[in-house]
Design a protein around this ligand. Sequence first.
Ligand SMILES: *[C@@H]1O[C@H](CO)[C@@H](O)[C@H](O)[C@H]1NC(C)=O
Ligand SMILES: *[C@@H]1O[C@H](CO)[C@@H](O)[C@H](O)[C@H]1NC(C)=O
Ligand SMILES: *[C@@H]1O[C@H](CO)[C@@H](O)[C@H](O)[C@H]1NC(C)=O
Ligand SMILES: *[C@@H]1O[C@H](CO)[C@@H](O)[C@H](O)[C@H]1NC(C)=O
Ligand SMILES: *[C@@H]1O[C@H](CO)[C@@H](O)[C@H](O)[C@H]1NC(C)=O
Length: 339
Amino acid sequence: MGLNDSSPGAMRNGRGLSDQWAETVVVRPRTTERHITVHKRLVLGFALSILTLIIVTALAVVLSVRFEDCGSRDVATGESGSRGSTKLNGSKGERGDEEGVQPWRNLRLPGTLRPRHYDLRIAVYMDNFTFSGEVSIELECINATRFIVLHSDRLEVDRVSVTAEGGANGRPANRPGGGAMRIHRHFPHPTTQMHVVVLHRELKPLRVYRLNVSFEAAIEDELLGFFRSSYTLHREKRFLALTQFSPIHARKAFPCFDEPVYKATFSVALRHDARYAALSNMPEERRVLEEDASVTTRFSRTPRMSTYYLAWAVCNFTFRETTSDTGVTVSERTTLGAL
Ligand SMILES: *[C@@H]1O[C@H](CO)[C@@H](O)[C@H](O)[C@H]1NC(C)=O
Ligand SMILES: *[C@@H]1O[C@H](CO)[C@@H](O)[C@H](O)[C@H]1NC(C)=O
Ligand SMILES: *[C@@H]1O[C@H](CO)[C@@H](O)[C@H](O)[C@H]1NC(C)=O
Ligand SMILES: *[C@@H]1O[C@H](CO)[C@@H](O)[C@H](O)[C@H]1NC(C)=O
Ligand SMILES: *[C@@H]1O[C@H](CO)[C@@H](O)[C@H](O)[C@H]1NC(C)=O
């Protein structure tokens, strides 16, 4: 009861207090209403701004997702094209490349394969300054790989084939023609001056493979790769085509592992107009007259060496030759009409 008594008392006190206040408050009842409406507006405004913020954020998120989608689609299409020019890293990796490894993006060759011998046949057309070639590269596999990555610059690569040759000890393939490896696709990667051959199955360590590539290109008048030059003799303009491979221009003349560490032997054969002579590092082995009256000059195999040491020329120079006492043939060649 005491409790009951005390609370009405307090109520009374409270009422008393509010009554006292009431006298002052009641005088201006509108102000409180206005205060309340002001508060309501504030709260409403606040809620509205938060809502706008949420909507804007949501919009931004949706848009950015769309952008990302577009971006990755662009990268994907850029990569699936035969000439991948995009330098961006695709988030989903290259098509047909489950591991996401793209060794052709690296400036250095992957080191999984080692060339042992190059069989190179070049047909030189001096009338329209173009050349076409076929290179057959004997490769030793060092580390298992599905990619053959080698250098190629400004070359139009045509046909590519890969065959398994047998063991590294030179054991011949027991099934001739049966050793062909299926090629998934091949494409140039111009930014690193490489050409990539993607195989269906891995090349196995310690085994030897043969990569054949046919290609063509122009004989440019820049002093790089396989280029042309001219001189005047008896008031007549004459042309010659020759090479400058050092340091990294062999890749402009034929697809190769164009780093000095990849030493190999080279057999060169040049097919050319019969009015010209062909020269290379090694002595001429034989000269064959072709059906179309052109000549194929074949040179003997070079010692094991780096690609930039290789050289050849197709020219109409006059020359003088002599054999030294020790049996070395010394030949002097010049543009001059008479020596
Ligand atoms: C692309 O990927 C390589 C290795 O995967 C990385 O080193 C490089 O920084 C990446 N580049 C960009 C632009 O993301
Ligand atoms: C250049 O000439 C050769 C033979 O004369 C021909 O086979 C080749 O297609 C020609 N190349 C171009 C690009 O016209
Ligand atoms: C590859 O080239 C070599 C040398 O020219 C040739 O003997 C061989 O038959 C070629 N292989 C294929 C599959 O074309
Ligand atoms: C390649 O194989 C050699 C052994 O043959 C090994 O030492 C090396 O780590 C391998 N490299 C790569 C990149 O797998
Ligand atoms: C090669 O040189 C000889 C002798 O100077 C000349 O008669 C001939 O026309 C030249 N041929 C070409 C294709 O320049």
